[in-house]
Design a protein around this ligand. Structure first.
Ligand SMILES: Nc1ncnc2c1ncn2[C@@H]1O[C@H](COP(=O)(O)OP(=O)(O)OP(=O)(O)O)[C@@H](O)[C@H]1O
Ligand SMILES: [Mg+2]
Length: 600
C-alpha cells in the first residue's frame, strides 16, 4: 500500500487515544486548563461516570472570540511564549487536549474573556467544527463534553463500571485540588455534590493544611509527620503518615511537582524505600509531598498524559526525598532496634518448612500494634507486660505433655500483650499473636464460605460510619457480595454507612477501620489492571475482614488461650504466614541462642 498523509480528523482521533484514556483524563485536561487560566473556583460535573456528560466551569481569564476558534485547533496554545520547552510553568503546553477531546466526543465551549462584554460558544462534534456564535455567560469558561468516545466505539468497550470511572474522576479532582488549595473546587454527579472545597488563600497560617485534612482525612493531619528539606534549588515540603497509618492501596499517596500532580515511578519507589519494612508488605503509607524543582531541571514532556516526569538530577531528588522522609520517620521513634537485638533477629530464621519471604524474619511488626507501645517504648521496658510468672506457665504447659510433643511447643509467656513465647524440645518460638490469629480467622472464614455460608451476628445498635462519597459508593455497590460474607450494610445519608450485622467470627471488631479498608480493597479491585476474578476479590475482602477480626493483638491471653492458639496454628493450612505474607512466628534454635551468648 502506498504511503498517504492522514486526514486531520483521523490524526486527532489517534492523538486522542493517547491524551484521553478515560473520562478522568478529560476531567484532568479541563481542570488543568482552568487552573492555567487563573481560576479562583472550578466546578466539575460528571454524570454516568463522565461517559454521558462532563462539565467544567471556571471563573478564569476566559477566551476572546478569536482565541476560542484557535483553542480547538491542533497544536494551538497560548502557553508557550517562545520555542523553549525547558521552562514550562503551566500545566498545559502542547495545544492537544481540546482538539483531541473534540475528535472523540461532543464538545461545546462557552467562554467570555475577563474584560469582554460578550461571550461566545463554539462546538466540535466527533471532529466536525461548527462556527462560533454569541452566547451569554459571566467571565470565565465552561466546557461541556457529552457522549465521550461515541466516535470511537472500540474505546468505549474498555471503560470500567460507571462507578469505577466516577471514582477515578473523583481521585483526579482530589489530586489537582490538593495541589492548588488557593482554588475552590466542587464535584457533582448531577444530582448531588460529592466534594466541596473552599479556597484557602496563600499566606493563611494553615494554607494547604485544611485542604489536606479534607482530602486525606483529619486523622492524617493529626498523625502525620511534617516533612521539609531542600537540596540546592530543589525543595520538598509536606506530610508523611506514620507507618502505622497504612492502607491497602496507594491511592493515598499524593505527589505534586511544581503544582502538577504526578504518579512518578522514581518518587513512588523512593517513598517505598524510605518506609522500608515499617509498613507491612502489600500495604501503603499515606503521604502528601510537594516538590519544587527549577523548571529547567525537570522535563514534563515525557508522557502523553503528563503524569510522569524526568528529573535532570534524578539521584539528587532521590536522596533529598529519602533523607527528608527518613528524618521525619526517625524523629517519630520508629528507628530499628539496637545492634544486639538485630544480631539475635538475624539468627532467628523462619522454620525451613514455612514458605516465607527472605527478609521475613526481620519484618515482624504487628499489624495491629497496640497504639501505646511503639517499638522504642518497648525497647525501654522489655519485660513489662509479661503475662504470668513462669512457674504458673510451667504448670499450664505440663498439662499438655512434653513441649517437644508439638511443633510449636508449649506457651511459656506473653510479652507486651502481643507476642507469645513458646518452648519446644530444641528451640524458642516467638509467635505474633495477631498475625497468627488473623490467619486462623481468614482460613475459617474461607471454609465457612465454602461450606454453606458465614454466620452473622447482629449489632444491637447499628454502627454508623462516616466515609467519603467514593468509599461509601464502593461499599454500597458491593453490598450483596458483602452480605454473603456476613457483613450487612446500608446507606445512611449521603456519606455514611450503617452496619447492621458483622461476621460472627470477627467478634467485636473496629467497624470503622474495617469499612475503610474494605472500601480501599474494593476500589483497588475495581480499578486494577485487568479485572480481578470474583474469587480473587472475595479472597481480598475476606482477608481484610480477618485482619480486623483478629482482636488478639494487645490483648492479655491466658496460658490456656495461648496454647489453644498454638494448637490451632498447627492444624491450620498456611498458618506460617499471615494474610499480608509476614511470618506468624519465628523460631530461635537453642544452639543459636548459645552462639549469641558465646557458649559455642
Ligand atoms: N478554561 C480555559 N480558560 C481559558 N483559556 C482556555 C481554557 N481552556 C483552554 N484554553 C485556551 O485554549 C488553548 C488550548 O487548550 P488545550 O488544553 O487544548 O491546550 P493547552 O492547554 O495549551 O496544552 P495541553 O494540550 O498540554 O493541555 C489553551 O492554550 C488556552 O489558551
Ligand atoms: Mg490544556
Amino acid at each position: 500500500m502506498a504511503i498517504r498523509q492522514l486526514p486531520p480528523n483521523l490524526i486527532n482521533r489517534i492523538a486522542a487515544g493517547e491524551v484521553v484514556e478515560r473520562p478522568a483524563s478529560v476531567v484532568k485536561e479541563l481542570v488543568e486548563n482552568a487552573i492555567d487560566a487563573g481560576a479562583s473556583r472550578i466546578d466539575v460535573t460528571a454524570t454516568a461516570g463522565g461517559l454521558q456528560l462532563i462539565c467544567v466551569a471556571d471563573d478564569g481569564a476566559g477566551m476572546s472570540a478569536g482565541d476560542l476558534e484557535l483553542a480547538i485547533e491542533r497544536h494551538a496554545t497560548s502557553k508557550l511564549a517562545g520555542d523553549d520547552l525547558s521552562h514550562i510553568l503551566t500545566l498545559g503546553f502542547r495545544g492537544e487536549a481540546l482538539p483531541s477531546i473534540g475528535a472523540v466526543a461532543r464538545l461545546v465551549i462557552t467562554s467570555r474573556a475577563k474584560d469582554a462584554h460578550e461571550a461566545f460558544q463554539i462546538s466540535v462534534d466527533g471532529g466536525r467544527k461548527s462556527p462560533r456564535k454569541p452566547a451569554a455567560r459571566a467571565a470565565g469558561t465552561e466546557v461541556e463534553v457529552r457522549d465521550l468516545f461515541y466516535a470511537t466505539p472500540a474505546r468505549l468497550k474498555f471503560m470500567k463500571s460507571e462507578r469505577a470511572e466516577a471514582a477515578a474522576i473523583s481521585d483526579q479532582v482530589k489530586r489537582l485540588a490538593l495541589a492548588h488549595p488557593e482554588i475552590a473546587f466542587s464535584l457533582s454527579t448531577g444530582d448531588r455534590t460529592t466534594l466541596r472545597l473552599e479556597a484557602s488563600p496563600p499566606g493563611l497560617l494553615d494554607h494547604g493544611l485544611a485542604r489536606l485534612g479534607r482530602i486525606l482525612g483529619a486523622d492524617f493531619v493529626e498523625d502525620a509527620l511534617p516533612v521539609s528539606a531542600s537540596r540546592g534549588a530543589v525543595t520538598v515540603e509536606g506530610f508523611a503518615g506514620l507507618p502505622t497509618l497504612h492502607r491497602p492501596n496507594g491511592l493515598n499517596i499524593y505527589l505534586v511537582v511544581n503544582g502538577r500532580p504526578v504518579r512518578d515511578k522514581l518518587i513512588a519507589g523512593t517513598v517505598r524505600a524510605a518506609y522500608g519494612d515499617l509498613v507491612p508488605r502489600g500495604r501503603y503509607p499515606m503521604l502528601a509531598l510537594f516538590l519544587d524543582v527549577p523548571p529547567d531541571e525537570v522535563d514534563v514532556n515525557v508522557h502523553p498524559a503528563k503524569t510522569e516526569l524526568r528529573f535532570r538530577d534524578a539521584n539528587g531528588v532521590r536522596s533529598l526525598l529519602i533523607g527528608a522522609l527518613r528524618d521525619a520517620l526517625g524523629a517519630a521513634g520508629h528507628r530499628a532496634t539496637g545492634s544486639l537485638a538485630q544480631d539475635a533477629l538475624h539468627r532467628m530464621a523462619p522454620p525451613s518448612s514455612m514458605p516465607s519471604p527472605p527478609s521475613g524474619a526481620r519484618s515482624y511488626q504487628s499489624y495491629a500494634r497496640p497504639p501505646h507501645a511503639g517499638l522504642a517504648e518497648r525497647a525501654q521496658a522489655p519485660f513489662e507486660g509479661v503475662a504470668a510468672p513462669s512457674a504458673d506457665m510451667r504448670g499450664a504447659a505440663t498439662e499438655d505433655e512434653t513441649p517437644s510433643g508439638y511443633p510449636l511447643g508449649a506457651a511459656r509467656a506473653q510479652v507486651q500483650d502481643t507476642f507469645i513465647i513458646a518452648e519446644t524440645g530444641d528451640a524458642l518460638v516467638i509467635v505474633d499473636q495477631h498475625a497468627a490469629h488473623e490467619r486462623l480467622v481468614y482460613e475459617r472464614l474461607k471454609s465457612a464460605l465454602a461450606n454453606g455460608g458465614i454466620s452473622r451476628q447482629m449489632l444491637l445498635i447499628p454502627d454508623v460510619v462516616e466515609l467519603d462519597a467514593d468509599a461509601a459508593g464502593a461499599l454500597l455497590a458491593a453490598s450483596d457480595e458483602l452480605e454473603r460474607l456476613g457483613l450487612v450494610i446500608e446507606a445512611f445519608g449521603a456519606q455514611a454507612i450503617a452496619v447492621r450485622e458483622v461476621p460472627a467470627l470477627l467478634g467485636t471488631c473496629d467497624v470503622k477501620g474495617l469499612l475503610n479498608d474494605l472500601a480501599g480493597t474494593l476500589m483497588e479491585a475495581e480499578d486494577g489492571d485487568g479485572a480481578r476474578t470474583l474469587s480473587e476479590r472475595l479472597d481480598h475482602v475476606l482477608s481484610t475482614m480477618a485482619c480486623h477480626g483478629s482482636v488478639r493483638a494487645g490483648r492479655r491471653l491466658s496460658p490456656q488461650e495461648m496454647n489453644a492458639l498454638l494448637r490451632d496454628m498447627e492444624q491450620t493450612p498456611f498458618s506460617g504466614q499471615c494474610n499480608h505474607g509476614r511470618p506468624t512466628y519465628v523460631e530461635l534454635k537453642l544452639t543459636d541462642i548459645e552462639k549469641l551468648f558465646q557458649r559455642r
